[in-house]
Design a protein. Structure first.
Length: 343
């Protein structure tokens, strides 16, 4: 069941990403030759209004193939004949739709289980928070200059900045206080902590569900970007990257751990993973790397600045190299996943 859930989640997220490209292409009058879900041989296809809709054998990935043939540039529906801003909107729509999907899932999840306000519920004796005067009931509003909206941001900030001195701003009896804390090593867990606890959920109405749904998406976008920063700076290794195999394993583990608590808990846990994956896919696709949406946007912005296209053959070479490097990375990540999961 975990594998089935992983396939359903991943396929739907990719479908929604491609739906973004498709919707903006149609809106801008761009020919869409094929819209497909999955990869490999076609299981089912139907043509409607000039577009072939396909379901393919392997339920991973998908595509929105637009009319971009250089030999057919006289066609009014050719992608390359449209204004640069129209093309930018089409390419950016995939990642943007991922953020929209993550937001919708987040709102539904918060309606189901509530939201975690950054309110301190417990203070551990002998740790920096207690020594600085932070008390249960105080609200953390900033850490290290970053605005705090949900309690998990506190935990993740501490995780990403282990042992680092941090400036904390909090509300105590409605008054803002700012203190500088140096996390203390908890010898039992071998983990640096400031010594506060919290994170219980508050029931949401429609207004707070929308508000904290946006905070949830922001949290996962920032977490993804912080993880990428740590990867680039060498704070974490590439061997910690996960691909489809790792995702399937994570979904399966989550399902196995939560199934005894009932359907609603399973649904909430899987929806939480879906928010993470959708936000993550949006961020990753916006990276300015060849073969990704972000790489294509770079060439479109260059075209906008210089007033003419980069020669298609040169852009093609760059994307080809990008695809080769991306495939090599995928093989490496899959090897890591298989080694971590099965050995």
């Amino acid at each position: 069941m975990g594998i089935i859930f992983a396939i359903i989640i991943f396929s739907f997220i990719v479908f929604f990403h491609e739906l973004g490209h498709f919707s903006l292409a149609k809106k801008n009058g761009i020919d869409v030759e094929e819209f497909s879900i999955g990869m490999g041989p076609t299981l089912f296809s139907k043509e409607y209004r000039g577009t072939r809709y396909c379901i393919k054998l392997l339920p991973l990935g998908g595509s929105c193939m637009m009319g971009e043939d250089e030999e057919a540039t006289d066609s009014p529906g050719n992608f390359n004949n449209k204004p640069v801003w129209a093309r930018i909107s089409v390419i950016a729509a995939g990642p943007v739709f991922n953020f929209i999907l993550a937001f919708v899932f987040a709102v539904i999840l918060i309606v189901m289980v509530g939201y975690d306000k950054p309110v301190v519920q417990s203070v551990d004796s002998g740790f920096p928070a207690q020594e600085a005067g932070i008390e249960p009931g105080d609200t953390i509003v900033k850490m290290g200059g970053k605005k705090i909206n949900i309690f998990r941001e506190i935990n993740f900030y501490n995780q990403f900045h282990q042992g680092e001195k941090v400036e904390v701003t909090y509300l105590h009896d409605g008054k803002k206080e700012t203190v500088t804390l140096t996390p203390k090593l908890d010898k039992e867990s071998d983990y640096y902590r400031i010594g506060i606890g919290g994170g219980s959920n508050t029931k949401a109405n429609i207004g707070t569900a929308l508000q904290y749904g946006a905070y949830e998406v922001k949290f996962w976008i920032c977490t993804t970007m912080e993880s990428l920063k740590m990867l680039v700076t060498g704070q974490i290794g590439v061997d910690q990257l996960s691909g489809p195999v790792g995702i399937v394993d994570a979904v399966d583990s989550t399902y196995q751990q939560s199934k005894s608590y009932g359907f609603l808990i399973v649904l909430a846990q899987l929806m939480n993973i879906s928010i993470l994956l959708s936000a993550n896919l949006g961020v990753m696709n916006l990276l300015p790397l060849p073969a990704l949406d972000g790489g294509r946007l770079v060439f479109l912005f260059i075209e906008m600045i210089r007033g003419k296209r980069v020669p298609p053959e040169k852009e093609g070479y760059v994307h080809l190299v990008g695809i080769m490097l991306l495939m090599a990375l995928m093989v490496f990540v899959m090897y890591n996943d298989i080694r971590r999961v099965f050995f």
